[in-house]
Design a protein around this ligand. Sequence first.
Ligand code: FUC
Length: 787
Amino acid sequence: MKLRYYLFLFLYAVSLNVIIGQNSQNEWQYYFDKPATIWEESVPLGNGRIGMMPWGGVERERVVLNEISLWSGNKQDADNPDAYKYLGEIRRLLFEKKNKEAQELMYKTFTCKGPGGEGVAYGNYQNFGNLYVDFIYPDTSAISDYKRTLDMNNALSVNSYKKGDVTYTREYFTSFTDDIGVIRYTASKSKSLSLNISLQRDENFETSAKGNTLYISGQMKADEGHTGMKYMGMVKVINNGGTLSATDKEIDIKDADEVILLVSLTTSYTDADYDKLAVNLLNKAGSNYNKLKKSHIEKYQSLFNRTDLTLDKNRNSSLPIDKRLEAFASDRTDYDLAALYMQYGRYLLISSTRVGGLPPNLQGLWAPQIHTPWNGDYHLNINLQMNLWGAEMFNLSELHLPTIEYVKSLAEPGSKTAKIYYNSRGWVTHILGNVWGFTSPGEHPSWGATNTAGAWMCQHLWEHYVYTQDKEYLKSVYPTMKGAALFFEDMLDEDPNNGYLVTAPTTSPENAYITPSGDVVSICAGSTMDNQIIRELFTNVANAADILDIDKDWIKNIAAKKERLAPTSTGKYGQVMEWLEDYEEAEPHHRHVSQLYGLHPGYELTYEKTPELMEAAKVSLNRRGDQSTGWSMAWKINFWARLKDGNRAYKLIGDLLKPAEKNWGTYPNLFSAHPPMQIDGNFGGSAGIGEMLVQSHEGFIELLPSIPDGWKNGKVKGIKVRGGAEVSFDWREGIIKNISLTATSDNEFAIKLPTGNPRISGTKNYRIENGKVYLTLNKGDKVDISF
Ligand code: FUC
């Protein structure tokens, strides 16, 4: 009897574990059954600093190489000292409702000095080069069984095919431990590998071969009087069983059993001895393939395996990824594709940024071009922010830090910009951002004038604290948050038409409105987004000061100013007004939906606090329409998730995942299309799926706040919530069965209870009130709730 009881307990425990998935991890991969013919069919590998995208060509293999700091340009002073002279006049014209005149004056006077984002000094993120490998086969028969996989569990790409009776296998990874790229070619029959290896770049490069190593090096363009960034690439070739010979620029291998390429890429961005570093990385790595692979996988998995999601599959789930996307356009019951997309977003974040490095740029870090679209920079009126939306919730908190460090680094140049343009204390930055500390307004005010970009970034500084509860960290970012608030304390001006304190001049990114006299104008005072961002910044900085027990008097000033900001209001269509006045939009379907900042990523708008504005947000979104650029549709997934409409959010996932040919949607390798490729759509869409599963912005944890009807069964592992905890749960036929919450900080956590009788184990410190369970936990406590 006793034995049966223990057996029952054991089986129950095993099943719970399996259900909640503490130990199990899904297999995450996608594959092609043919080589890539365009870059957007090659697969992205990255270790947060270097990137490789192999194409898998049978005769000619191309691997596109990247290094995240490889930028042309240089530090510059782009602040225009004459601009401030016109600030008063621009404001006067705006307040007298002479908006067009204000705009004309601004276009002439209130821009950066020089060509801004178009200039040599601003620079751009660039491709590092291409590795080419030409294969010579002993057998001329056609290939069969071709497969090219991106394995996200192991951060590996594996490519195999048969030619005659020989199976060829290629493996690629960018090592998380040794910081080099690794490629291995093998064949099922000895002496079958003959190949030629070379390096190339579209400009500014030299190549050479010495012994078993290929070199590529060069220097980026910079403004006169400045030294352009230098770079060094090395490919060390390890030949097993064959013969190796080098010409002056290429390496030939004949009749080998196995060939390993070790790829080392460095730049002078942070290290003047970058060329020595390239050599050192190779020396340190050694050449034991299995060892390199094992340590790489272990380190990568320590990040990737923290979170998992299971959704139902259908018959299309096992198709090659390009065909799977096509099938999804007409049959959206391949729910597993959404789970894959969420995990792909996590994979891309882990691969494109790392502690001590740079934030993921518009390309993540993958770019085949010298002239990347939009300079491959840090656009700050949605794009960089969106790249980091998943960082906290997807249990990758430390990957938020490079971006946070970047924001901190803008405070110094930004304080000069604040003084010169606005005669204000604190710091400011506008929409353009590069690795050289650019903070001036862009060259065209219609998009370049937004000055709440830094304040928006401060949301990231605060949220990292909210998730981690790390007071030492908060202390370290407080001066940057305070600096952003000081700027607005000085810069806000009273609009005599209504008495509100407003930002002036500003825009609602990057939309324009129609004035009563029919003019199309971008420049305005007090756009809704600005008011929401500043309200949030003032709130967060006051909370931070409170926690750190400092700046008590100053906070009172900030609180008084906050009260004088215009509230979010509704207009004649019942929509959330985008500007202080109820203007018609020049582009009703504009991709930016900035007036809903307070719905997402902010949380000024909630059903509990502002029910009528939630309805108005729906009107705004319906007026905008669903179809737009990749990131815009990704944002709309998040909006509808916050509006608790899972079916609409899922409809937008379908729109985002439509095969992109020349249009918006998704490329075969799952890169998001602006078009062209822009990574923000991936990160935003992935985060949107997270918002559909778990929300914690209203002061309590809500599970499955907005899933579509079709997601009947599923399992979530390790999503992080505000306040500092990790949550896992599963549901069947739409009903949540088990929840497990592990505190990562001492705190009280409230979980909105699904219906049913909760059985709670792991703590006695709880109370149930108004449909929520309140748990008082210490760090490390784990609570299980089942129904
Ligand atoms: C913003 C957007 C554009 C594009 C660019 C990189 O300015 O309005 O659509 O995404 O960033």
